[in-house]
Write a protein that binds this ligand. Structure first.
Ligand SMILES: Nc1ncnc2c1ncn2[C@@H]1O[C@H](COP(=O)(O)OP(=O)(O)OP(=O)(O)O)[C@@H](O)[C@H]1O
Ligand SMILES: [Mg+2]
Ligand SMILES: [Zn+2]
Length: 402
């Protein structure tokens, strides 16, 4: 057998294996156990989060020789054929290329007859929102009162394009983007089984780029393994993904919190030389500051970060204070747009970072007030004012070269 891409090789073969869609899986399993299976389902959600996979699993659950069961055997003829997409009683139809009224008429005609071998005749229609208006109309009647052996499973990324008449005749399930922590868990498991020694940091980088889509995550993992090999370093993985090295991003966050302009300028220089997209870099730095602020506010580092990163973020959170972080975030986040459209992005980024370093208050507001009060109590209000105004002051501009 030829090479099978990871997304296909690792298509979940049981409801249990479906990551991050427990709310859907539970309902389906209960319906099967209680013999309350609807005759038409609509699976909605973004790309690559398990809609087609769940449709096939449901088909297996209904037609397995041991079924209907929430735990289809995977070994009997119906199970094997549904997995391979060759079952005579389960039709997988691409709504985009079979969107005409004649296609639906064919389904309607066909649905009248009993299944050839298995318990149910199941129609899985992908991208169902692509059907024409006439096709939807032709479908309505069958959908309202289908023969008892017929089940429909529709999948779509764009449910808002479906007519209400169709929506109201289906049991709808919303699939969600897969939470980062869950996706990381699944990727770890798959990477280990594939004998790929990628660090958690590298896998977390993939998770970040996949934005909740498991198919995208697995395609990226494929891409990394073929570009950088199974023992790839974090840097090689970042390069293969066209991503920005996490240690560099963390370096920026540290430089900002520690108010270290020299280190920041050095990092900009390095990134510039390496050809890093500076707008994306600014976005990543803003996001990293957000992570530090969240850690400070909630006492826990975001779960989607790799362990090493969580540790670095926690350390930084302990060294910073909320007011400072919020201001740093404002400046860096505000700079993203400027950097993106500047004739000289590097210059724009440097200026923003230097500004951020200068603006950041040396202490939190309550701390400053306490200091002012203490000084006022000692009768030295004048210097106290100066102290409170000093951080943004012009007294000592940091020297820098462009
Ligand atoms: N919830 C999930 N748990 C585990 N793996 C998943 C999940 N969702 C998707 N995958 C992986 O992604 C692949 C594609 O999933 P699937 O075809 O079910 O997505 P889809 O939601 O139908 O996407 P599309 O809208 O593009 O048709 C699967 O083969 C599987 O490897
Ligand atoms: Mg699909
Ligand atoms: Zn079976």
């Amino acid at each position: 057998m030829g090479y099978l891409v990871l997304a296909r090789k690792w298509r979940p073969q049981s409801f249990e294996d479906m990551t991050g869609q427990e709310h859907v899986v539970r309902t389906l399993a209960n319906a099967i156990a209680q013999d309350r299976v609807a005759h038409a389902y609509l699976f909605c959600g973004p790309r690559g989060v398990g809609k087609t996979t769940a449709a096939r699993l449901l088909a297996k659950a209904l037609n397995c020789v041991n079924g209907p069961t929430a735990t289809p055997c995977g070994k009997c003829a119906p199970c094997v054929e549904i997995t391979a997409g060759t079952s005579v009683d389960v039709a997988e139809i691409d709504g985009a290329s079979n969107n005409g009224v004649e296609n639906v008429r064919e389904i309607r005609e066909n649905a009248k007859y009993l299944p050839q071998r298995d318990r149910n005749k199941i129609y899985i229609i992908d991208e169902v929102h692509m059907l024409s208006g006439a096709a939807f109309n032709a479908l309505l009647k069958t959908l309202e009162e289908p023969p008892p052996h017929v089940k429909f499973i529709f999948a779509t990324t764009e449910p808002h394009k479906l007519p209400d008449t169709i929506l109201s005749r289906c049991q709808r399930h919303n699939f969600r983007r897969i939470p980062a922590a869950r996706m990381l868990e699944r990727l770890k498991q798959i990477a280990a089984a594939e004998k790929a020694a990628l660090s958690d940091t590298a896998l977390a980088l993939i998770v970040r780029q996949a934005e909740g889509g498991m198919r995208d995550a697995l395609s990226l993992l494929d891409q990394v393994l073929s570009a950088a090999g199974p023992g790839a370093s974090d840097e090689a993985v970042a390069e293969a993904l066209g991503a920005i090295d996490r240690t560099v991003v963390q370096g920026f966050a540290e430089g900002l919190v520690h108010r270290d302009p020299a280190a920041l300028l050095r990092l900009v220089e390095d990134s510039h030389v390496k050809g890093v997209d500076l707008k994306r870099l600014a976005e990543e730095v803003a996001l990293q500051l957000r992570h530090v602020l969240v850690t400070l506010a909630t006492g826990a580092a975001p779960e989607e970060l790799a362990d090493a990163e969580q540790q670095a973020v926690r350390k930084l959170a302990a060294e910073a204070d909320g007011a400072q972080l919020a201001r740093l975030f404002d400046v860096v986040h505000g700079a993203v747009w400027d950097v993106g459209r500047a004739a000289q992005p590097r210059l724009a980024l440097e200026m923003a970072l230097l500004k951020a370093v200068q603006l950041a208050p040396a202490a939190s507001i309550p701390e400053l007030i306490a200091r002012v009060e203490k000084l006022a109590g000692a009768g030295g209000l004048e210097p106290a004012r100066k102290a409170a105004g000093a951080p943004g002051g012009r007294s000592a501009p940091a020297p820098f070269r462009v």
